[in-house]
Design a protein around this ligand. Structure first.
Ligand SMILES: Nc1ncnc2c1ncn2[C@@H]1O[C@H](COP(=O)(O)OP(=O)(O)OP(=O)(O)O)[C@@H](O)[C@H]1O
Ligand SMILES: [Mg+2]
Length: 424
């Protein structure tokens, strides 16, 4: 049966490294999962690589495990890019239409997107990973979604330029090198999570996706089918664990267990006399603690996370105004009461977002904590079908065959990443 080569999506988070090996098989609607792995990560802080060698060891184990499950090696590899170094900035570009009859061609759109990238004002040491066109203007006509085939003289584009620090990309390159991987795609985590979890209707109506990870929470907002805002906040589930450890004076490991076994963000649902016996979790402990008190600690931090998210919505003038509401994913969304607290703090309908169902080993990849890894696998598949394979090329908006987001490596990143590309 014809199939694509094994696609391997690796999501390196501050809490977990996840790998999804998948294949698209003709006649099957959904991508078929051949292997899925989740391992505690080391060497990451706030989603950024701080110790590439430590991260590489975990990634190597995850890849080996996924390949063992699949029974064959990975061929096409993608890496997620996470962390608070991620930036998303609006920029403009303008070019003259090339053809003498004034008809806009694909090449004009590519040039104007390149122009956007070259004109964007970024601090030093930044790498551009994606340029997502928002709209085009052709002479006096504004708000054009697809200018190809229209006639005019001056083509202008407004786009979001998205990327991360050179430091982060260097860290990821060292990991790839150490593990012997040659990734053909690097994409930022919020976009990947959105790819896996959100549907076109939600994006059309207006929605915010909140990915609560280990030490980051990413926020991405869509409206009228388009990206409106994106940011990565330096706070996540590990902060809740740390607060519990301080509040109960326990080790981090015990605090994490307390959170996973007894935690909730809704103290009102806990009986005031309910106790957590710490000795059952850690032989060094002797005391029992109030579960209500644990819930209060969790609620305070979770509320702070949603307030910070609300601040982002306020900045993008969407506070309380997104009809498709808030969709939560990432490991932190599994905390009982998270959805109710999101509803109350954000004043939006809220629910957990599960990745689109895939075929094969289903149960491993259907949780909200697998959103980014599944999104990356879906994107690898999309790109292997569209033939837009390698980093260093970029898609242009408005082409129906092309995903609505644009993967694009910056000029500096292109040169630097070229050595990781297979020879063309
Ligand atoms: N069932 C659960 N209840 C509460 N919290 C949970 C649960 N499962 C996982 N978490 C929390 O989710 C967090 C990890 O989430 P996730 O695995 O999505 O992070 P990550 O992707 O590695 O991190 P980041 O995206 O910040 O780099 C941890 O703080 C963990 O305690
Ligand atoms: Mg994550």
């Amino acid at each position: 049966m014809p199939k694509t080569e094994n696609l391997l999506a690796i999501d390196i988070g501050s809490s977990h490294v996840r790998a999804v090996m998948a294949q698209s098989v003709v006649g099957e609607d959904a991508l078929r999962v051949l292997g899925a792995v989740s391992m505690p990560s080391e060497g990451m802080r706030r989603g950024s690589v701080v110790d590439p060698d430590a991260v590489a060891k975990t990634v190597e184990k995850a890849v080996e495990h996924a390949e063992r499950m699949a029974g064959s090696p990975a061929r096409v590899v993608g890496l997620s890019v996470s962390g608070t170094d991620i930036f998303c900035q609006k920029a403009f570009g303008v070019v003259a239409v090339g053809r003498s009859d004034g008809e806009v061609a694909e090449g004009d759109v590519e040039r104007v997107i390149e122009e956007v990238e070259s004109r964007v004002m970024l601090p030093a040491n930044r790498e551009v990973l994606h340029v997502i066109p928002k709209s085009y203007r052709l002479d006096d006509q504004t708000n054009i979604k697809d200018p190809i085939g229209m006639r005019g003289v001056r083509l202008e584009a407004e786009a979001f330029v998205i990327g991360t620090s050179m430091r982060q990309m260097k860290g990821l390159a060292r990991i790839s090198e150490a593990v012997g991987l040659t990734p053909t795609l690097h994409a930022v985590e919020p976009i990947l999570a959105a790819e896996a979890v959100l549907n076109p209707k939600q994006k059309e109506l207006g929605v915010v996706l909140i990915d609560i990870g280990g030490s980051t929470t990413s926020v991405i907002v869509y409206e009228e089918g388009e990206l409106v805002h994106m940011s990565v906040l330096p706070v996540g589930g590990m902060h809740i664990t740390n607060d519990i450890a301080i509040g109960l004076r326990t080790s981090i490991e015990t605090a994490e267990e307390v959170k996973l076994k007894y935690g909730t963000a809704t103290p009102s649902e806990v009986g005031k006399r309910e106790e957590v016996d710490l000795a059952s979790l850690d032989p060094h402990e002797t005391e029992s603690v109030s579960r209500y008190h644990v819930a209060e600690i969790i609620e305070a931090r979770m509320d702070e996370i949603f307030r910070l998210v609300n601040e982002e919505l306020r900045k993008s003038e969407r506070e309380g105004m997104l009809p498709a509401g808030a969709v939560l994913c990432g490991g932190g969304s599994l905390l009982p009461g998270a959805v109710d607290l999101a509803k109350a703090t954000l004043r939006l309908p809220s629910h957990i977002g599960y990745p689109k169902p895939l075929g094969g080993i289903l149960d491993r990849v259907d949780g909200p904590d697998f959103a980014s890894a599944v999104g990356l696998a879906l994107l690898l598949e999309e790109r292997s079908h569209s033939g837009k394979g390698g980093i260093g090329r970029f898609n242009v908006g408005g082409n129906a065959k092309v995903p609505e987001w644009v993967e694009h490596s910056g000029k500096k990143a292109k040169e630097w990443l070229r050595k990781f590309l297979p020879m063309e």
